[in-house]
Design a protein around this ligand. Structure first.
Ligand code: C2E
Ligand code: CA
Ligand code: CA
Length: 555
């Protein structure tokens, strides 16, 4: 039934088409019902109102439900409903669009936040290495950038020297400030189209639009100056010099992986020597070869040691006063079946870096003990043999115990084994006190101690006073130019000092007769050098010794 708003029936349920149905239409309606069983009509009622009549069967042929509603009511309710639905649809759509855009905005914001987290450095707030890398990558892959333009870029890497010292001395807060400060200085020293970024810890990267080494160097000098400009405001005695260990790589291949570009700049940095400090080292292919070689030697080392590829060579030390062989130095050689003879200068630095040198030194030491023990068993005389000790040993406070155990195992008498230390040991972090203690312990254990390569670096006579060494080995470089007028005076003083302190003086790397004459004049104790003999394999050394003893005293 259809109701009006006031609750009255517009049309009651009727049995026949009598009543409200207009009599003149009755026949027509009955006809439609007969034909189709249902129907709808527009008719005008007695009051002249246009009505919509809908007839549906309840029991076919008997009962029908007729519903009538004024057309106006129907139309307005349709329109209202339609409007209602439209409004709902519009509201729903707007809500949906709003929600979607909010969602998108949040996603964009989240992404932005994530990018910021990933690409900026929490300490300096500026680009971190990932950010730097990404921007350089985008930058170098721009299609409009020409090849010639690309090759005029340089990637620079630098890490602060002694940064740990800043943390230690001034606290980590000052350390953080320093890192922030350096980043700011780098940022303000780059031009448009260049980039700066912070790497790990105390390292930084720059992508500079330069190609000439000299230009890059000049720019970096400027930057270093700028970084140290804060000293102008400080008292002279509180000045603190900040310097970078730095390497650079001229970008040659635009498509090259940025990680490789970065690695090359870093590799170049590794090659920086102390004396070139403050200057950028430019990457060179030789660096890579050398790294590869380092890697290969490291991989080969243990196997080579097990297979006995390391050999002891002996070089005699001859006493100048009577020409007698008063000792020898053991020098290692590496005979590899594939590579042939490898010299210490090629592998000692590698083994020093990776720490294997200590193993090798103990091995050589044991071989020396073995050959001396064999010599004693054969009833032959022995003399002092010196073995080189790497500075790396001093990292282990108890390293001498192992040497002493080996010497005991072979019953080597005291005073026969001598340990050679390079003077650089004394300037290492371990501290002078510790080295002094080690030398005293060496003596207690029956070893002698010599100071090797004296005069090759920052030799100090103070060392002689400080340390109770038995021998000083003068570096061969001292004798390269003995024609200088002062050379003789310096050496006379040195040998005199040696005698007063009870220290033997050995001249190393002596090749010429005139050097021997000079050393005799300055009263040097012993000579080691090609003039007498190159380092020899052990058997050859004994043969050389026997031959020399036959004609002893002729030098
Ligand atoms: P070093 O201890 O100063 O040894 C002397 C070096 O000078 C030896 O080089 C020797 O062959 C060389 N030499 C001797 N006489 C002459 C000469 O008349 N002229 C020239 N030009 N050179 C001469 P080598 O055997 O190549 O050893 C180089 C360095 O490698 C050694 O310098 C030493 O520092 C290190 N080394 C050698 N063997 C060992 C070792 O077993 N352990 C450690 N840690 N280092 C070693
Ligand atoms: Ca030596
Ligand atoms: Ca030496």
């Amino acid at each position: 039934n259809i109701l009006e708003a006031n609750g009255n029936y517009v049309l009651k349920t009727i049995k026949t088409f009598e009543g409200d149905i207009l009599p003149d239409n009755k026949e027509k309606i009955a006809e439609v019902i007969r034909d189709t069983g249902r129907g709808d009509f527009i008719l005008t009622d007695r009051q002249g109102v246009r009505q919509m009549l809908v007839i549906l069967p309840i029991i076919e042929g008997q009962w029908y439900q007729a519903s009538m509603v004024p057309v106006d009511v129907l139309r307005s309710s349709y329109i209202q409903t339609a409007w209602g639905i439209m409004i709902i649809i519009v509201v729903a759509c707007s809500l949906f669009i709003w929600l979607m855009s909010r969602q998108r905005k949040m996603a964009v914001n989240n992404q932005k936040m994530l990018m910021e987290l990933a690409y900026s450095d929490s300490l300096t707030g500026l680009r971190n290495f990932a950010g730097f890398k990404r921007e350089v990558e985008i930058f170098l892959s721009r299609p409009e950038i020409s090849r010639s333009e690309l090759t005029s870029y340089v990637l620079w890497y630098g890490d602060l020297r002694n940064f740990k010292l800043i943390n230690e001395s001034f606290g980590s807060r000052a350390g953080d400030d320093t890192l922030r400060y350096c980043m700011r200085v780098l940022e303000r020293n780059i031009f448009q189209g260049e980039l700066a970024g912070r790497g790990e810890e105390d390292s930084y990267y720059l992508c500079l639009r330069e190609s000439k080494e000299s230009a890059v160097r000049a720019r970096l000098e400027g930057i270093t100056e700028d970084i140290n400009s804060f000293n102008k405001k400080r008292e002279a005695d509180t000045a603190y010099c900040l310097a970078f260990r730095q390497g650079a790589y001229v970008v040659e291949e635009p498509q090259m992986d940025i990680t490789i570009i970065q690695d090359r700049a870093k590799t170049a940095c590794l090659w920086q020597q102390d004396h070139t400090l403050g200057e950028s080292v430019f990457y060179d292919n030789r660096f890579m070869q050398s790294l590869r070689q380092e890697h290969e030697l490291t991989a080969l080392f243990q196997g080579a040691l097990d297979r006995g590829e390391f050999l002891v060579y002996l070089q005699p030390k001859v006493r100048l006063s009577d020409g007698k062989t008063a000792g020898a130095e053991a020098l290692v050689r590496w005979r590899n079946p594939q590579r042939g003879m490898i010299f210490p200068s090629d592998f000692i630095p590698v083994l020093e870096k990776n720490g294997s040198i200590c193993k090798l030194d103990r091995y050589i030491f044991e071989k020396v003990c073995e050959l001396l023990a064999r010599r004693m068993q054969e009833g032959k005389a022995i003399f002092p043999v010196s073995v080189n000790l790497s500075r790396q040993h001093f990292k282990d406070p108890d390293f001498l115990r192992q040497f002493s155990e080996i010497a005991d195992k072979y019953h080597i008498p005291d005073g026969i084994l001598e340990l050679e230390l390079t003077e650089s040991i004394f300037f290492d972090d371990q501290g002078i006190e510790f080295v002094g203690k080690c030398i005293r312990r060496m003596h207690r254990l029956g070893f002698k101690c010599s100071l090797d390569d004296f005069g090759s670096g920052y030799s100090s006579l103070g060392l002689l006073r400080e340390f109770d060494v038995d021998t000083i080995k003068l570096d061969r470089r001292i004798f390269l130019d003995i024609s200088q007028p002062k050379a003789e005076d310096v050496l006379i003083c040195l040998t005199e000092l040696g005698r007063r302190l009870g220290v033997q003086i050995v001249a190393e790397g002596i090749e010429k007769q005139e050097q021997i004459a000079f050393l005799k004049r300055v009263r040097c104790d012993m000579v080691q050098g090609y003039f007498y003999s190159r380092p020899l394999p052990v058997e050859e050394f004994w043969e050389w010794l026997e031959k020399r003893q036959e004609g002893e005293g002729n030098q």
